[in-house]
Design a protein around this ligand. Structure first.
Ligand SMILES: [Cu+2]
Length: 149
């Protein structure tokens, strides 16, 4: 239990320190809210990034694509959930828009010059795992525990 609490704290602390000039989180739609739209399809795919500034850039890029109703990027697990007006819509324009803004997706690598222009704190690791499972952070904490009696 302690480990889980510790790792949650660690994730929060890392997230808060990663960008000093990050803007306040606003209009955060949860995945649950998005799936309640009965006429819309929601798709999920991996996108790399670091912080809430990245989140804003990624979501703005995805939202600029026609047919995208909502876009919510998960900072901890590195994926985006995109609400589509048409369930059969081609996803490549969304991948391309995100890549053009400087971020790697599962299918398209970031435009290198856009990546270079990102704030230093947003220049994420290109080997970062995308679409992470929820329990991954628990495992990281295990190695850091040095308890003695
Ligand atoms: Cu960032």
């Amino acid at each position: 239990m302690k480990q889980i609490i510790y790792s949650l704290f660690l994730v929060l602390a890392v997230g808060m320190n990663s960008c000093k000039n990050e803007t306040k989180k606003e209009n955060q739609a949860t995945p649950d809210e998005a799936t309640e739209l009965s006429s819309a399809a929601v798709v999920r795919f991996g996108v790399r990034g670091n912080c809430s500034m990245c989140k804003k850039t990624i979501e703005t890029a995805a939202s600029s694509v026609e047919g995208v109703l909502s876009a919510t990027w998960d900072v901890n697990r590195k994926f985006i959930e995109v609400g589509l007006s048409d369930a059969n819509a081609d996803l490549m324009p969304i991948h391309n828009a995100i890549a053009a803004s400087g971020y790697d997706t599962e299918k398209v690598n970031a435009d290198p010059s856009a990546y270079e222009k990102l704030p230093l704190c947003c220049q994420y690791d290109h080997s970062m795992e995308m679409n992470q499972a929820e329990h991954d952070h628990e495992m990281e904490a295990e190695s850091g525990e040095t308890e003695s009696h």
